[in-house]
Design a protein around this ligand. Structure first.
Ligand SMILES: O=C(O)CCC(=O)C(=O)O
Ligand SMILES: [Fe+2]
Ligand SMILES: [Zn+2]
Length: 649
């Protein structure tokens, strides 16, 4: 009796402590939101914000790291300067959960004071803006690496005359001048021709700089490729990762003539603007070289920290400390070592050596990049225009999608991401089904039908992580124009799923004939259409960002960017990236019950929708790059590749 009573007393006491802890933790997370705009997540994620665990509280990185490691493998620890908090990302949600459960309230002795750490899960590290104040791991900026005399000597040694130096590949790119030594970097395939070195190699005038780099251990082999870029004010270089398969790990870049600000961006959205002073040496290694993109925004002024002396490093977002700096002509010497074997870096998601076909790593552009511009024009705008006619052609559910929806238990929460006119939302009335679509007019059609739908981009669905028992993405992901964006779309679906939840994904297949069966799409070809289909090999002026080379993007006129061809409806696909015509029939006209393209007349306005049609295996490969899922099944269904994935954690 006694012992059980004691036990109870203990239990009650513990829960009191727990309540106190919870109160304090909630208060801390409330303060973070109010003062720093940091949103905490209610369900476990891989990352946590550590309230009171910041440099601003006198907590050192070593001290915090030591505590955090008790719960698992720390993937990254961000400690913004002067802030009272830090962000930790663990290798898995499980480790983050362990940290949350065991380290909350942990007290640390810092500079004679005691601080208590409180942990909350977060979706994004680095605060709302995603602007970081620490350099990307592996990045160094060495100030005054060369003297003013050496700088002048190097600038003088470059011969920019058009025929001045036949030993180099020289290009007058629209947005900057470029000259290559050792090997020419080809902007059409983002690689160097390893069997065709340029005669002369790296010029002798670089010797003393390179010797210093070796002596000071910034590199351990002498570079054999040099690219000289010259930027006038207003010029820049698009964000890119130097192709892994082209160059070894360390990349050096010497800034001459003027300072600039280089922007680094992590695939998770974090970004850091780094000041590169005149005469400084940038050293990119490891994560900063392989995973983060770097680029220079074309502009005439940079935002830099105020103060008399130019110093290197991240531009913090402290508004009290920033000023404008006028750009001047900057010349950079980028030294690299050509890679002779496949890249074996620790960042497979960004590595072209790991990708089938060896396609170069793509840009991770933000919302205003080429990819989203192409999609805005050839997907979003088109669906707004054709919504009514499109909707009238979309009524019968595909049987396998219907079966998937019917297999879900009563009460299950379903999100249809890219729901169109909502034709799948009412299939199983026992579900809590909601849909979202990028098109306002399609969402309005759903609403008119009494269905739950909201406007949202498939890359950023405003739902809490882990709330869905099931998600479907039917004929949506093929509208994303880069591999990174298609991957991000799958990641976003998976984020919505709870552990054990399943997602069904359909994308249009390159293979419209499979196991000797022609798809309905091909079979429905009418003679009328054969004549009237798309304009065949017509070339649109829009280029596909997945083809445009990552190094110089759209700003380099020399590169031969393949243009997107317009597909002829009801014929086999000639390429994976194309524009598919939609013949819009008069809104006043009675909507056709047959396929969208079957009754087009010569006067119908034609719209073009962008598609990336998937090759066999490509959808599985894409899903293979997503963490914490297993592929339950994959199949070909009427000219589509389909997978069902299950979230494991
Ligand atoms: O101008 C620079 O410092 C960087 C140039 C660069 O990133 C490149 O050529 O790949
Ligand atoms: Fe680069
Ligand atoms: Zn690599």
């Amino acid at each position: 009796m006694e012992s059980s009573l004691n036990g109870n007393v203990k239990l009650v006491k513990k829960s009191k402590d727990e309540k106190k802890l919870l109160r304090k933790q909630l208060k801390a997370s409330h303060t973070l939101l109010k003062h720093e705009g940091i949103n905490t997540a209610s369900l476990p994620t891989q990352s946590l914000v550590v309230a009171n665990g910041g440099l601003g509280n006198g907590v050192s990185r070593e001290q915090l790291q030591a505590v955090l490691q008790e719960s698992g493998c720390v993937e990254s620890l961000l400690m913004p300067p002067n802030k009272p908090y830090a962000f930790v990302t663990y290798g898995s949600v499980e480790e983050a959960r362990r940290c949350h459960a065991s380290l909350n309230g942990r007290q640390l002795q810092c500079q004679g004071q005691t601080v208590a750490l409180y942990f909350s899960f977060v979706e994004k590290v680095g605060g709302e803006s995603g602007v970081c104040t620490e350099l990307p791991p592996g990045l160094k900026v060495l100030e005054d690496f060369i003297s003013a005399e050496e700088e002048a000597g190097l600038l003088e040694a470059i011969d920019w005359a058009p025929q001045g130096d036949t030993l180099t590949g020289q290009k007058a790119l629209k947005h900057r001048r470029v000259k290559h030594y050792g090997y020419e970097f080809r902007y059409d395939n983002n690689n160097v021709d390893k069997d065709r070195p340029l005669p002369g190699g790296i010029p002798q005038f670089c010797n003393s700089v390179l010797e210093r780099c070796l002596r000071e251990n910034h590199i351990d082999v002498t570079p054999d490729q040099l690219t000289i870029n010259q930027y006038e004010p207003g010029q820049g270089i698009p964000p890119h990762v130097d192709t892994h398969s082209a160059f070894e790990d360390t990349i050096l870049s010497l800034s001459l003539g003027a300072k600039t600000v280089m922007d680094f961006r992590h695939p998770d959205g974090r970004s850091v603007a780094v000041v590169l002073p005149e005469r400084s040496l940038l050293v990119m290694k490891g994560e900063s070289r392989y995973l983060w993109t770097h680029g220079i925004t074309p502009r005439k002024f940079d935002v830099v920290p105020a103060g008399d002396t130019v110093s290197s490093g991240p531009v913090t977002s402290d508004p009290g400390d920033l000023t404008l700096s006028k750009r001047d002509t900057r010349t950079s010497f980028t030294f690299r070592r050509v890679r002779r074997t496949a890249c074996d870096c620790a960042y497979p998601s960004a590595c072209d050596s790991r990708r089938p076909g060896g396609a170069p790593a793509r840009l991770c552009r933000g919302g205003r990049g080429d990819a989203s511009r192409l999609e805005a024009r050839f997907v979003h705008r088109v669906y707004e225009e054709i919504s009514s006619h499109f909707s009238s052609t979309r009524h019968s559910p595909w049987p396998c999608v219907r079966d998937f929806l019917r297999s879900l238990p009563a009460g299950a929460v379903l999100a249809d991401v890219g729901c169109g006119n909502g034709k799948y939302l009412g299939i199983n009335p026992d579900l809590w089904a909601m849909g979202c679509d990028r098109s306002h007019s399609l969402v309005q059609i759903c609403a008119d039908r009494g269905l739950q739908a909201f406007v949202s981009d498939a890359l950023d669905v405003p739902l809490r992580s882990g709330v869905c028992d099931a998600c479907i993405s039917i004929a949506v992901i093929h509208h994303f124009s880069t591999q990174e964006r298609r991957l991000a779309a799958v990641n976003e679906l998976v984020r919505l799923l709870k552990p054990g939840g399943r997602a069904l994904i359909y994308v249009w297949a390159l293979e419209q004939e499979y196991k000797k069966q022609r798809s309905k799409y091909l079979k429905e070809k009418s003679p009328e259409q054969e004549e009237k289909g798309g304009p065949g090999a017509e070339q649109m002026t829009q280029s596909n960002p997945d083809y445009s080379q990552e190094h110089a993007g759209k700003d380099d006129p020399q590169q031969s960017q393949p243009k997107l061809s317009v597909h002829t409806n009801r014929t086999v696909f000639n390429s994976q990236d194309l524009l598919v015509p939609w013949h819009l029939k008069g809104v006043a006209q009675k909507a056709s019950e047959t396929s969208a393209d079957s009754e087009s007349s010569a006067s119908d306005p034609v719209f073009h929708r962008y598609y990336h049609v998937f090759r066999e295996g490509e959808l599985e490969n894409l899903c293979g790059r997503v963490k914490n899922i297993t592929i339950q099944s994959s199949y070909h269904d009427q000219g589509n590749w389909c997978v069902i994935v299950e979230k494991t954690l």
